[in-house]
Design a protein around this ligand. Sequence first.
Ligand SMILES: Cc1cc2nc3c(=O)[nH]c(=O)nc-3n(C[C@H](O)[C@H](O)[C@H](O)COP(=O)(O)O)c2cc1C
Length: 410
Amino acid sequence: MTQSRRALNVADLREAARRSLPRALFEFIDRGTEDEVALRENRLAFERIRLRPRVGVDVSIRSQAVSLFGREQAMPLAVAPTGIAPLAWFDGEVAVARAAAAAGIPFAIATASLTAMERLAAEAGGRLWFQLYAFTDARITVGLIERARAAGFEALIVTLDTPVFPNREYNLRNGFAVPVRMSPRLALDVLGHPGWLMSVLLRYRLRGGLPVSANLPEPYRRLIARDPDAVAASRSAALTWEDVRAIRDRWPGIFMVKGIMRSDDARRAVVCGADAIIVSNHGGRTLDSALAPIDALPGIADCVGDAATVLMDGGVRRGSDVVKALARGARAVLVGRAPLYGVAAGGQAGAAHALALLRREIDLCLALAGCPRAAEISAELLADCRRAVSCPEFSNRKQAGGDAWRTPRG
Ligand SMILES: Cc1cc2nc3c(=O)[nH]c(=O)nc-3n(C[C@H](O)[C@H](O)[C@H](O)COP(=O)(O)O)c2cc1C
């Protein structure tokens, strides 16, 4: 049995990933920014939410299928864009995308991904979304949109929450950057993880070198190997809602805006033509003082109503987190680190295991909460729901007076 197969939950997969990967790479995946307040809060906010289970419901048949953009999918999940899986496992991004396709859920590839979007589209199968960062040079942005369109991606996600590069101090301490530049410190770190050295680093070396951002056009692709900072600086910090609208006008497919944490921004995104809002604080990797997306979600979902699909991500590690997000108004959630831990621990099988664990936990939660269909989850399931739960049978009998509501025993 591989490390990943033995994992009973996402936390076990995280631990397996921690052991497998060089520390610098594990921390790049796992950590947040500055004092990691947002990272912690993403979990704490989920833990604060309590469900109010319903009993006496037939839960023998359960379904976690939800409809997303007119298509039914097997689980209320999608894989969030992270782009780093090829460093966690050889060709790891194709591996995660295949695991997502097998699980019947969408997979999002990042602008900064180390796998070319055309290759992913040709080899992964399933529902594919492309995440876009806008560049100062509009020709790059337009080029990426055109390529995603030509490669047949179903949806375009514009990420708005990272106008500048965040403060990730552990990266500076570890000397880690993408593309990877070997330093004596990093070399020692890698030597301490011989499994990763042999199965990832050496295999790339034999194929010509470690992967670089495969979606950047030339000359940026070559430049990034020499000067990653110059490429990072070429991302636009001046993006406004006008640009979002212009991007939308160029994209004929499903259009999503990621990184929304306020109702007024959600409304602006809808006005700009967004089909979906992704409530997200980038997994606690950008503004360290940001609130948790699960806490931002109810207000945004209320405000958006039926005008757009509301998705969320950040801190999802248990099936019950997914159920809580649905109860707070999300149609589905995205998971970033969970499948990354899985792929680091066991390649495609590990990523599939991460999704299967979540699937099993969602199923259990639906049964134990007395809500057999994920598509029917509502705020009524939340312990702090202020809406009175109607119980017509009880009220009618109570009005009739006395003990009339009790069913007489035979
Ligand atoms: C290693 C890593 C890299 C990421 N890179 C991107 C990115 O390039 N674009 C983007 O929109 N979000 C990126 N994200 C954020 C994810 O899409 C997602 O919002 C976040 O991981 C969700 O939180 P979770 O990891 O707790 O599930 C990244 C996240 C991680 C962990």
